[in-house]
Design a binder for this molecule. Structure first.
Ligand code: ATP
Length: 259
């Protein structure tokens, strides 16, 4: 279990997250939603050990994150940050193999290369293997970096807006893959999404953040309602339910936004 105990984060004098306590279970997909600038990325960076904690504690498997053990802490994670803009001369296959960096010796083993190829195949992008990373489109790059993070085979998987550049088919493919692997590998998965319908379809638990504080935590069917969404985004919505009882959301147009 990944535990956050009264976690507070700040950059300089600006408070980003306040007194956040959560228990995140292995085998479950947790989706973080909330308005822009509300601390979602900062939270992932703190969990990864990239942003110092102002107060509180993060524990995984009984061990607390500490500065001294930063490198071994990070080894437990697969982390795909928000910015996927990489001007690398490396080929796609080389970038994906880098997912094995921690266990690489001076030479790549055949196993590493086969694992990278099979990740590319599973995501339907094996045809990109020899392309230079810098020559790819934004969506192609996002899929390749997802393949790279899969290769780490982590215990905790964190993806920051991983579908922001993807078309509908690839959004579904990435989320289905993540959902399946989270169950199969017993990952604690944490994903930041802005698409509430995608979040409602795939999340076991939603983590709703606004203004750096936890607004709600639970299954989408229990958490998402028109009142919460209006409080978060000041946008009126209709909420419907699909055959499985999962909510789906339709925004209502507002002439007043066009001042
Ligand atoms: N390096 C930094 N220096 C100063 N302020 C920062 C820094 N990184 C983030 N912030 C501020 O911290 C707040 C939270 O940022 P964060 O990126 O965590 O939000 P977010 O919820 O992920 O936003 P978005 O949905 O827009 O990606 C914002 O007000 C942002 O301007």
């Amino acid at each position: 279990m990944l535990e956050l105990d009264k976690l507070s984060l700040a950059i300089g004098k600006q408070s980003l997250v306040r007194e956040l306590s959560l228990q995140l279970q292995p085998g479950q997909l947790h989706v973080i939603i909330g308005p822009n600038g509300t601390g979602k990325t900062s939270l992932l960076r703190a969990l990864f050990g990239e942003l110092p904690l102002q107060q509180g504690e993060i524990r995984f498997g009984g061990h607390a994150l500490s500065r001294r053990h930063g490198a071994s802490w990070r080894r437990q994670f697969g982390y795909m940050p928000q910015n996927t803009q990489l001007e690398l001369e490396l080929s796609v296959l080389e970038v994906v193999v880098l997912g094995r960096l921690d266990s690489l010796s001076m030479r790549l083993s055949d196993d590493d290369i086969l694992a990278a190829l099979s990740a590319l195949q599973a995501l339907g992008i094996a045809h990109l293997a020899d392309r230079a990373m810098h020559s790819l489109s934004g969506g192609q790059r996002q899929m390749v970096l997802f393949a790279q993070v899969l290769l780490r085979d982590p215990q905790i998987m964190m993806l920051d807006e991983p579908v922001s550049a993807l078309d509908l088919q690839h959004q579904l493919q990435l989320m289905e893959h993540l959902h399946h692997q989270t169950r199969a590998k017993n990952w604690v998965s944490l994903v930041v999404l802005h698409d509430l319908n995608l979040a409602a379809q795939f999340a076991d638990r939603l983590i709703v953040l606004a203004g750096g504080t936890l607004q709600a935590f639970g299954p989408p069917a229990e958490v998402l309602d028109a009142g919460l969404i209006h409080r978060l985004y000041s946008v009126p919505v209709d909420i419907h339910r699909d055959r499985d009882g999962k909510p789906y959301i339709r925004t209502l147009r507002q002439a007043s936004l066009c001042a």
